[in-house]
Design a protein around this ligand. Sequence first.
Ligand code: ADP
Ligand code: LRH
Length: 491
Amino acid sequence: MSTILAYDLGASSGRALLGRLTDRSIVTEELHRFPNDPVQVGDRLQWDILRLYHEIKQGLIKTKHRGIELQSLGIDSWAVDFGLLAANGELLANPYHYRDRHTEGVMERVFAEEIGREELFARTGIQFLPFNTAFQLAAMKRAGSPLLREADRFLMIPDLLRYFLTGEKLSEFSNATTTQLYNPLQGAWDAELLARLGLPAAWFGQVVQPGTAAGSLLRSVSGELGVDAIPVIAVAEHDTGSAVAAVPTRERSFAYLSCGTWSLMGTEVDVPVLGERALAYNFTNEGGVGGTFRLLKNIMGLWIVQELKREWERQGLDYSFPQLVRLADQAPAFSAWIDPDDPLFLAAGDMRVRVRDSCSRTGQKPPEQPGEVVRCVLESLALKYRYVLELTESLSGRQFGGLHMVGGGIQNELLCQWSANAIGKPVWAGPAEGSAIGNLAVQWIAQGVFADIWEARRTIRDSFPVRTYEPQNSTAWAEAYDRFKTLTGLG
Ligand code: ADP
Ligand code: LRH
């Protein structure tokens, strides 16, 4: 029996999922779960990277207490963020959070001063999000950050945590592609792009594919924790890459929605789609498992609900997610909508005020009660899913019979049902721990337990329940969609 450990660090929480493979069936157990709360220090929003590393160690200590012998472990996390190492190998500073405001306006300045949109897209195939690594580094450069003077090495978050465990400085492919500094056609960091952005090529090291053996625990780490020198595998270290690896599809051509803090919707392709329309629709081509790419678009996702919840908590109103879903269910239908992808909703802050302002601006009666506000956001997400699914179909030239949903957000049954209603097709929801299970799957591929991603997906399909949501109220939702598009200026 093979027992392995997946660390999946989302923007809202992290978990260590234990995976066992018995008789071609995967059994998982959540060994450890912890919050991932960024910390505001002065003007800067930072990740508490050492706390995350501490939690990774806690997971290992739990395996020891349980007498579990691990064959390997892997780490995936949210994309785009990074740490910089000094020449002596020490981390120079806490990594910034991608929602830090230092990138505001920087993307446009890079287009004007260093490289135009068309060329940047042609070189990287990556959608333009103001917080892409390229723009974070450009922001630091413009601000004269002293870190850039001292930096010797660049590592993405999971690369960095893996380096703390193993001492190996390797860059993993799926996450490297999200930086907008990697050229998928050259299959390497884009040296010319780095030069034009004034970034030393020497910072960017060897890129390895998902499923590469990446060393084992340093003796200092295994000694401190009292565990073996466990092998570490570079999985699809971008959480969305791991999530899509776990989609339990039978079809080569399928649509997915990875539903957590973000909603990532798209399809899997064999080669990046780099044409004019991909650029116009602002779709991305992120690297995946087994040479695949994810042609997808970011949708703001449940982040807005997370921030609403946080704001109410501050006011002493302690709603759980299930309570918020219940209140939304009881609120009147189709009262007001927002475009969840309005940049207004990107930074942390009072979403209630922003939702209300957005509704007022578009001539709608702003939602007042918590249930009304959450209903407005969830209906808007479902309607935006239809819009992006249509773009995915148009861009890929494919028609999808339904939508696979994975991620923590599928615990919100109302959102799953409304998504099915909005798209007018079935939603197949599961597994909720998509990223962690994809992480496990790639470790087993690396160990030769699964031949490839298709054997892994078949085993995931046989091991975890998938719930089907058939579309309901199709006419009402189709009418709502037309009004939503007009109100939000989408068409
Ligand atoms: P991430 O990996 O980005 O941190 P997750 O995949 O863990 O995010 O999903 C978190 C989201 O799932 C939350 O924002 C919340 O909206 C939703 N969620 C989590 N638990 C529940 C629940 N019990 N009921 C409804 N929604 C939930
Ligand atoms: C989801 C995710 C997404 C990125 C964002 C920064 O967790 O990795 O794919 O765009 O975080």
